[in-house]
Each structure stands twice: as C-alpha cells, then as structure tokens.
Ligand binder design. Structure first.
Ligand SMILES: Cc1cc2nc3c(=O)[nH]c(=O)nc-3n(C[C@H](O)[C@H](O)[C@H](O)COP(=O)(O)OP(=O)(O)OC[C@H]3O[C@@H](n4cnc5c(N)ncnc54)[C@H](O)[C@@H]3O)c2cc1C
Length: 447
C-alpha cells in the first residue's frame, strides 16, 4: 500500500491546503503529525499563552480529523515514524523563513537516510516568497512597488477540503488538551473559528477599517493574525472573500505587508536576527538592565507603552499601532537593540511570525525596509492621545490608572491623584532620550 505521512507545521487546517491535498491524492493511506517544538524555540520555552494557543489549534485540527492527528515532541522523530508506519514519503508545506528552510533541509536529510522522500508543496502565502520580482529578476526592497507588482499576480482560487477517508489513525494516547480554550484576545483557535473571524470582520468591521484600524481602543482590526500564523486559514481564502472597495483595499494592503516581509526574509535570511541595513549594527546601544525589565513588565511609567506590554503579557496579542509605540520606545528611548524586543515578542505573541516580527521591529527601529528619510521616533504620550483618545485602552490594561477619567489616564503626572494607586513614575525623560537617540544617529553617520 502506498503510505505517506503529512507533517503539519504552520498550516493547521484542512481546506485550501495544497500540500495536504497532494498527499491525499497520491497516497492510499496518510498519517498526520504535528510537532510541539517550534522552530527556534522549544515548546516549554514559550509563554503559557503561546503554548495554549498551539495546543488549542492542534486540538481543533485533531477534532476535525476525528482524533487522527498525533502531536510528537520534535520533527526529528519523523524518520522513525515513517519506518514504523511504512511510509515512503513525508509531505509538508514549503517553508520560506530562515529557520523553517533549515529545519526542512535537516529533516529531508534524516528521511533520505532511511529511504524516505520529503515532498514540500504549496506555501502559506497568496504569492510564494521569491515570486514577485522586478523586470530584471531582482527582489523588491521597498513595499509600495512590491505591492503594485504583487497585486497584478494571479493568486489562484481557493481549493476545497480533500477526501479525509484516506487519513489513517495512528494508535497513540488521546490528546488531553482543552479544545474550548479561549485565547485572551477573544479569538478561539481552529479552522472553523478562523472562518467565523473572517466573516465577522467582513460583515461588521471592514467598512470602517481604514479609519479605525489604528485606534487601540476600538478593536477595528480583523484579529486574523493568530489564524494566519498557525495556518488555520490561507491568505488566498481571505483575499478571495474580501469585497471591492476602499476599506477592503487598505485591508488587502496589510495582508500584502505580511507577504512583503516574508519575501524580504526569504531574500535575506540573515535579517531574521541581523540588521537589514548593516551600518546600524555599529550604532551605540546600551546594555539591557532594569529599564529593559520595566519595559517587559509594562512598568515604564508611560501609560500607552505599559498598556501595550501588559496586553501582550495577559492576552498574547498586541494592537499593531501599540507594537510600533513599544518598539520605538525600546530602541529610541531606552537605546536597546531591536533583537531584544523581538525575542520577547517571539516568546509571548500567539500570532508570532518570524518575518513580520523581525521586519516589524526593524521598520520601527529605522534599520529595516522602507527606511524613512527622517528618523522615526514615536512620542509615547502624543501617540496615546491620537490612538486612545479617551484612555479606554490604557484603563483596560493598567488598573492603577483606572481611577483617572477620560484622557487623564494618559498623563497621570498632570493630576493630583495620578499616582495614588501605585502607578510608577516615568523611567526616562522622553524629550532627553529623543535628543540622545538623534545624537547617536549623527555619531553613526560620522563613522
Ligand atoms: C514590532 C512589530 C512586531 C510585529 N510582529 C508580528 C508577528 O510576530 N506576527 C504578525 O502576524 N504580525 C506582526 N506584526 C504586524 C501586526 O502588528 C499584526 O499583524 C497585527 O497587529 C495583527 O492584528 P490583526 O490580525 O487584527 O491585523 P489586521 O489589521 O486585521 O491585518 C490583517 C492581517 O494583515 C497582516 N498585517 C497587518 N499589519 C501588518 C504589518 N505591519 N506587518 C505584517 N503583516 C501585517 C497580518 O497577517 C494581519 O493578520 C508586528 C508589527 C510590529 C510593529
């Protein structure tokens, strides 16, 4: 009998799945495995939120397969499993990120040693990284021209769910995880919920997306990042469902940012951890110490920064605008290297994506793509007034400020009772640190 293994990685769904469909269509029997350890980090090193979000996604997938998904500790077990079930091929979705490429190569070598072939197919993108190129074949380094070229390409229509009867049951003890596990940001994991999240967004929020997506207090974004990061929905499925219109266009452009960063990382794999603009590695940075700890715990004394960092710790998600504010604060106010923040995000974000994370950080730090002619330094106070004008977001995540009404929560230092409930004083003076950051930039230019 022609037996295969399907190795689920960041594609935890059944519908619109090129690699899974290929495995099923070319095999008589398919065993399904996912691995607990994630590329770059062991499972037990991840935050509880991230561990729970993965458990929840696997459990939902396993339920859809009537228990025919087995979670193994590490993909290095695949060659022994292939021998055990008599499989001659292991199917997987092609990886384009730095660690993913390395991992697939290593597993292909392991499998080859025991006479099993790794078959990588499809991608987790509407257009696979490396496909969108300039006329001379080189890669785009700037988003806008990338987007124009990307939007011209045919993303193809979503494909349906393959026939699941060929998926075999691997005898193992039952998964003990709770399928109803709620994620902190109101998102429940799983493919069915991902479709519901998309439908809710399209019926309730897409119309005002352009206006509301930047408001931290309004929840005007799609909250699809968790599902995209775990592959519970394919971006092709999302794009096919999005209607025409100006707001929908803005939303599609955000999906394209994900694709752009994946392309940049594919072209420059070292930019996962290294400066895309190498000269920034020579900038003068401080050593991480108490201020870094305060940033991680949301205790900097800047309400918008603290609300964001606590949203991350409690829910595993953070609003995009606030990600930029806290990232700018780490690099420009605390003078720390962006990689420190990116690692903290990796541990905690349930929507962690290596390309969007590294390049979201580098964009904000000023050393990444779309480098602006001026050096972006977010003012953590005025950003609060713009994107949380009534202080609701801050009060929600910083209870020590909940006694301050309206926008007062954004500047406790202006109020007699601002610090009455234990909120800490600001750990730096933003105006001074802004000047310091600009001075270090000048220093760098003169090197
Ligand atoms: C420092 C920093 C780190 C980030 N780390 C990650 C990460 O690890 N994983 C991640 O998915 N996103 C990351 N982002 C991008 C963005 O913050 C999230 O994708 C977004 O907040 C997810 O919420 P949403 O699904 O409601 O977004 P929506 O506004 O509804 O956008 C829809 C989808 O478009 C994509 N998208 C939106 N904005 C961006 C962006 N700026 N860059 C890349 N893709 C985008 C996401 O897939 C998102 O789900 C980061 C941004 C910054 C500034």
């Amino acid at each position: 009998m022609n037996t295969s293994i399907f190795w689920f990685r960041k594609d935890l769904r059944l519908a619109d799945h090129v690699a899974l469909t290929a495995a099923i269509e070319t095999s008589e029997r398919v065993y399904c495995f996912a691995s607990a350890d994630q590329i770059g980090s062991r499972f037990d090193e991840l935050s509880t939120n991230r561990q729970n979000s993965l458990r929840s996604s696997w459990q939902h997938l396993s339920n859809s397969l009537d228990g025919r998904l087995t979670v193994i500790k590490s993909p290095s077990e695949l060659s022994a499993l292939a021998i055990k079930v008599g499989a001659n091929r292991v199917f997987v979705t092609t990886a384009y990120d730095t660690h993913g490429i390395t991992e697939l190569k290593a597993i292909a070598t392991d499998l080859h040693a025991v006479g099993v072939q790794l078959m990588s197919k499809g991608s987790n993108y509407a257009i696979a990284p490396g496909t969108v190129t300039k006329a001379d074949g080189s890669a785009y380094k700037v988003y806008t021209p990338f987007y124009r070229a990307w939007a011209q390409l045919d993303q193809g229509a979503p494909i349906g769910t393959p026939d699941l009867t060929r998926i075999a049951h691997f005898p193992s003890k039952d998964l003990a995880w709770n399928p109803q596990l709620e994620l902190g940001n109101g998102v429940t994991a799983g493919e069915v919920e991902a479709m519901r999240t998309l439908e809710r967004f399209l019926s309730e929020r897409v119309e005002n997306y352009a206006e509301k997506r930047n408001r931290a207090d309004l929840g005007g974004t799609s909250h699809l990042s968790h599902a995209l990061s775990h592959g519970e929905i394919h971006p092709r499925t999302i794009l096919a469902a999005v209607p025409e219109g100006p707001d929908a266009e803005v939303f599609k452009k955000e999906i394209a940012w994900r694709e752009f960063y994946a392309d940049v990382l594919f072209q420059k794999p070292a930019s996962l951890n290294e400066y895309l603009e190498p000269k920034f590695a020579r900038m003068r940075y401080d050593e991480p110490g108490d201020k870094f700890e305060a940033w991680k715990q949301g205790k900097t004394g800047f309400p918008m920064v603290d609300a964001g960092m606590r949203q991350l710790l409690t829910t595993g998600w953070m609003h995009n605008r606030v990600r930029m504010i806290v990232a700018s604060f780490l690099v420009k106010d605390l003078h720390l290297e962006w990689q420190l923040g990116a690692e903290w995000f990796e541990r905690h974000l349930t929507d962690f994506d290596p390309a969007s994370n590294s390049h979201g950080w580098q964009w904000t730090a000023g050393c990444g793509t779309d480098a602006s002619p001026y050096y972006r330094i977010f003012n953590p106070i005025t950003q609060g007034f713009k994107f949380d004008p009534n202080g609701d977001y801050v009060r929600k995540f910083v209870p020590e400020l909940s006694h301050l009404a309206g926008s007062s929560a954004l500047e406790p230092w202006e109020h007699a009772h601002g610090y009455s409930f234990g909120y800490g004083k600001r750990i730096v003076d933003h105006a001074l640190e802004r000047n310091e950051s600009l001075a270090r930039l000048e220093e760098l230019k003169s090197l």
